[in-house]
Write a protein of this length. Structure first.
Length: 371
């Protein structure tokens, strides 16, 4: 029988995640608002953790039920087969949220779910007290319109933490969103990727990893690797499969610039750790001096704006300069992420396509120019 998994994600990325899960042979993939559900064997849990570029984490679904009272929450939780996943010494902390529900106190829900799991496990292990010194099985709950969903988080640290970005510099872009920008911009392994305001280099690195087909989780570990219920051979096999997909991509190049030499130093170090430094050319330069170095190119950038480094007047001046520099030309495309409502007016042209995305809680638009 297949297991059901859940991926929470940044709003706007559900379709991309569903697409990449299908490419990984996941079954029954269905995208919902802010999350994607799918089914598969335990190998699919490992595969999704290792290879999903846009997901925040991979969770194992334990159960769902309606609860409008604390008693219903307790009994619904206790009825689930927690002993199938949580051992006698394993840690099982609880956290979550409640929205538009009768049970609105998160701390009370947290305590009741914890108590219900303990009561379920007591007779299974013949224990009255659990030391919780073993592998962490983070229980997460969501209660939306009185519908309770209980999952175990298999990822540990969020999947945007690839392991290469130790120091992100000022106002970093999340790795998952940077990868999504590369995907929607249709970046290919024979493209030259440009970011003239590259900061710590996240867009360039994610683009290079995508071109090389390097698994984003290659250089990190996951909470479920310590779970006794998942054979270590599964993780070893999935890591080997991910490694077998890598390619050299000799025609891919990433060109980045920034005014801040400290940011460029961080970008170089990040690229080294990600294994893509040989694809990168980084230099200190002002945006006004930007020029394409190749006949064809894909430009993707996340310019500073508002509370993120620039005030509104400075941002508008920057957008006007970009409009003068980023001119329509065959073989060149521009994808610009910005939360600025008046971006197109300052830039001077309507985007050929706009896509609503969220950088954390900040609503943005990806303005795409390719005609």
């Amino acid at each position: 029988m297949p297991y059901t998994f859940l991926i929470p994600c940044l709003l706007g990325l559900e379709g991309l995640i569903a697409e990449e899960l299908r490419e990984m042979d996941a079954q029954a993939v269905r995208a919902e608002n802010g999350r994607v559900l799918f089914e598969g064997a335990l190998s699919m849990l490992a595969r999704a953790n290792l290879r999903c570029r846009y997901a925040e984490r991979v969770q194992l679904c334990i159960g769902e039920f309606e609860a409008r009272s604390f008693e219903a929450l307790f009994q619904g939780t206790k009825a689930l087969p927690w002993e199938a996943w949580i051992g006698a010494r394993d840690a099982f902390p609880v956290k979550g949220y409640s929205l538009n529900s009768t049970l609105f106190s998160v701390s009370d829900c947290q305590a009741i779910i914890k108590k219900a799991v303990v009561e379920r496990l007591k007779p299974r292990y013949g224990l009255e007290w659990f030391e919780e010194t073993g592998a962490v099985h983070q229980i997460q709950f969501s209660i939306m319109k009185d519908r309770v969903t209980l999952v175990l988080d298999s990822s540990g640290a969020g999947l945007h933490k690839r392991g290469y970005r130790l120091d992100a510099g000022e106002a970093p872009l999340k790795e998952t969103l940077a990868a999504a920008l590369c995907r929607i911009a249709r970046l290919r392994e024979n493209h030259t990727l440009y970011d003239p305001m590259c900061g710590s280099g996240t867009i360039l690195i994610e683009g290079a990893m995508m071109a090389r087909r390097i698994a984003p989780g290659k250089n990190r570990s996951f909470a479920a690797e310590r779970w006794a219920q998942i054979p270590r051979e599964i993780w070893a096999q999935e890591r080997a499969l991910a490694a077998a997909l890598e390619r050299e991509a000799p025609d891919f190049h990433a060109v980045g610039a920034d005014l801040d030499p400290a940011a460029l130093k961080i970008a170089r170090q990040n690229a080294e750790r990600a294994g893509v430094a040989r694809h990168m050319a980084l230099h200190q330069a002002d945006l006004k001096d930007f020029r394409f170095q190749t006949e064809r190119g894909t430009l993707i950038t996340n310019p500073p704006y508002g509370e993120r480094l620039l005030d509104e007047a400075q941002a508008q001046a920057l957008f006007r300069l970009m409009g003068k520099l980023f001119l329509p030309q065959r073989g060149r495309s521009y994808t610009i992420l910005s939360p600025a409502e008046g971006f197109e007016q300052s830039f001077g042209r309507k985007a050929d396509t706009r896509r609503k995305l969220y950088n954390g809680m900040l609503k943005c638009q990806a303005y795409m120019y390719y005609k």
